[in-house]
Design a protein around this ligand. Structure first.
Ligand code: G6P
Length: 614
């Protein structure tokens, strides 16, 4: 995690860097810092604990001049969040300043060697080791900064995206990456570097995505030069980005999360555009069509993901097994990568990731590829590491998701999984044509139904006010709605800090029912599907123990009104598409509870949007 941004050009760097940090705050926000080289070659470094706004405030009374600078917003890994551990870090002589996203795994060994060579450390971070090492190598070998960076990175084990500047050198910075993202923005007589394109897009849409072990030497008056750590020169394609600045802004909503929840009818339409064609009765998912053999012949599908994407994967399991009759295993990437899993060359692996940068998922993909499996990515961020490290894939096309709690990316992941399942099932003839067409038509109606649910926002807001007292919540669902219960609970705990657990409703009697008393709110998903009667029985068991029940039901449900304390109605749909609708009131409920509790909804404590460390 951590966000990094750098600028060199003809404008003052400070406002560009601060604005860039605000865009990157979703990557971490426990401290922030900036380094600028002024026109005399002097370097000023300012760092503060806390949010970017605190850094901006602090800098008001300081010299922030300079047309070259680097800045960082941190999500702590090594060393507590404080001013000293904040980036940029500087070298012994204070000549070099460096920002870093990632983890240097062998930092203790390197640190020991540097201390033996007379180096002193201010912070507890792994990053300070790197900047000291670069300086040590530079002085020892009397080489230029780029060579010193190459030699230092040759000794480093771990993940990094770094940018380094040198006092007295206001014409150049050097950036490098391995396993952490880095984008170079190419403007007219100005250059940008950042963890993603959000700090850059206001100024240029021309970018280069650096590859692993590549170093960019960015000079004020020259085209950027890209070399590898081993000093092989590279030519990288300049890509034209299609996102706009307005997509990155709140558009009148108080929080990105609410904006993103309300964008869902549109993002789902965008995700299906050109893919679901109800006039021709077809689903065209080019990645699947081009690789249909890999899926149709697969003996097994393994889904790899983390967090909310893992919940989407669980629903993918139900969809793929029901329609394509292929056994599916859903794995946490972080477990899969370290447990010596059995992977066959005829397995098809699906990696799901909004950011496309989650370190554990990247490593799990690597493992699957080495074992010879075909790997398909479902990512949102175009050009992200996972998108580039998979054999093929489908983008979700929902635009930037800024709120740390994932909402619109989740529903689009479900739509992609549904389209994939229908596409493969038709190819394999595991669904009848009649059923296929019925499902296709219903899929096309989902965005309108989501829109209808969003109109009930006010009543969900009122409901949320009743439950802000609660310290615990239980979410229940069965079948397709069991993973939705997990996701609903995750949404609540992420942003409101209320403890919440999701359970398959029938499992309650095997332990969790002991938690039920008149204080315990239970959110039960009881829509009109194949599991309805079963869920009703499970809810009765909770009612008998005085639990307070909020039920998500289908329109025109009559039975639940007598059982549940509160009822939220949603339109009916096919069982398999239920999660696309049932998750919407749960997203809204979490959002409003968190707002009532005055939580920082878009930037909840201890979390980050993009987890680029393991
Ligand atoms: C973090 C985010 C979650 C996200 C998870 C996986 O924990 O806060 O919202 O679901 O990472 O991220 P990915 O980008 O791989 O979907």
């Amino acid at each position: 995690m951590c966000g990094i941004v750098g600028y060199i050009g003809y404008r003052e760097a400070f406002p560009i860097l601060i604005k860039g940090l605000y865009h990157l705050e979703y990557r971490g926000y426990d401290s922030a810092g900036i380094a600028l080289i002024n026109s005399n070659g002097g370097m000023n470094i300012y760092k503060t604990k806390g949010r970017v706004s605190e850094l901006e405030e602090f800098c008001k009374n300081h010299d922030v001049s300079g047309t070259i600078g680097i800045a960082h917003t941190r999500w702590a890994t090594h060393g507590e969040p404080n001013n000293i551990n904040a980036h940029p870090h500087y070298s012994e002589s204070k000549n070099l300043a460096l920002i870093h996203n990632g983890i240097i795994e062998n930092y203790t060994v390197l640190k020991k060697q540097l201390i033996q060579n007379g180096y002193h450390f201010q912070s507890n971070t792994d990053t300070e080791v790197l900047v000291q090492l670069i300086e040590y190598i530079k002085e020892l070998n009397n080489v230029d900064l780029c060579t010193a960076v190459q030699l230092a990175l040759g000794q480093v084990i771990g993940a990094y995206a770094i940018v380094v500047m040198e006092k007295g050198q206001n014409d150049r910075f050097i950036a490098a990456r391995k396993s952490s993202p880095l984008v170079l923005g190419i403007g007219k007589d100005e250059f940008f570097i950042a963890s993603d394109a959000s700090p850059i897009i206001e100024y240029t849409n021309k970018v280069i995505y650096l590859e692993d072990e590549e170093i960019a030497i960015v000079h004020r008056h020259e085209s950027p030069k890209i070399v590898t750590i081993g000093n092989i020169e590279k030519t990288r394609e300049i890509i034209q980005l299609e996102i706009s600045l307005s997509q990155l802004e709140k558009g009148g909503y108080p929080h990105f999360m609410l904006k993103e929840i309300f964008e869902q009818p549109q993002t789902l339409r965008d995700c299906m555009r050109g893919r679901v064609d109800i006039t021709c009765n077809n689903v065209v998912l080019s990645g699947i069509i081009d690789n249909k053999k890999q899926f149709c012949d697969a003996k097994r599908i393994i889904i790899l993901a983390c967090g909310t994407s893992w919940h989407a994967g669980l629903i993918g399991e139900y969809l793929l097994e029901e329609f394509c009759r292929i056994p599916v295993e859903v794995e946490y990437s972080s477990e899969f990568r370290y447990r010596n899993p059995v992977i066959y060359p005829d397995d098809a692996v699906i990696a799901i990731s909004q950011s496309g940068e989650t370190a554990d998922t990247l490593a799990a993909i690597d493992l699957a590829r080495k074992a010879g499996a075909f790997v398909y990515g479902i990512c949102n961020v175009v050009g992200s590491s996972i998108a580039r490290n998979t054999h093929s894939g489908s983008y979700t096309h929902v635009g930037p998701e800024i709120g740390v709690a994932s909402t619109k990316a989740f529903t689009a992941q479900l739509i992609v999984l549904a389209m994939m399942s229908l596409c493969i099932a038709r190819e394999k003839k595991t669904v009848t044509e009649e059923r296929f067409l019925k499902l296709l038509k219903e899929l096309d109606r989902i965005p309108d139904k989501v829109e209808q649910i969003l109109r009930t926002d006010e009543s969900i807001k009122n409901l949320s006010e009743i439950f802000t007292y609660a310290h615990n919540f239980i979410y229940l669902g069965r079948g397709y709605n069991y993973p939705v219960a997990l996701e609903g609970a995750l949404k609540l705990k992420e942003i409101s800090y209320i403890h919440a657990e999701g359970y398959p409703a029938a499992e309650m009697k095997h332990g969790p029912i002991a938690l039920i008393d008149s204080e315990m709110p239970v959110v039960a998903i009881a829509t009109d599907n194949g599991m309805y009667d079963k869920v009703i029985s499970n809810i009765q068991e909770i009612k008998a123990r005085n639990g307070r029940i909020i039920a998500i039901v289908s329109e025109n449900d009559t039975a639940m009104k007598d059982i549940a304390d509160y009822v939220i109605e949603i339109p009916a749909t096919e069982d398999c598409f239920d999660p696309l609708l049932t998750i919407i009131p749960l997203q809204l409920l979490s959002y409003h509870i968190a707002v009532t509790k005055r939580r920082d909804v878009d930037r909840p404590r201890n979390l980050a949007k993009s987890v680029t460390v393991e």
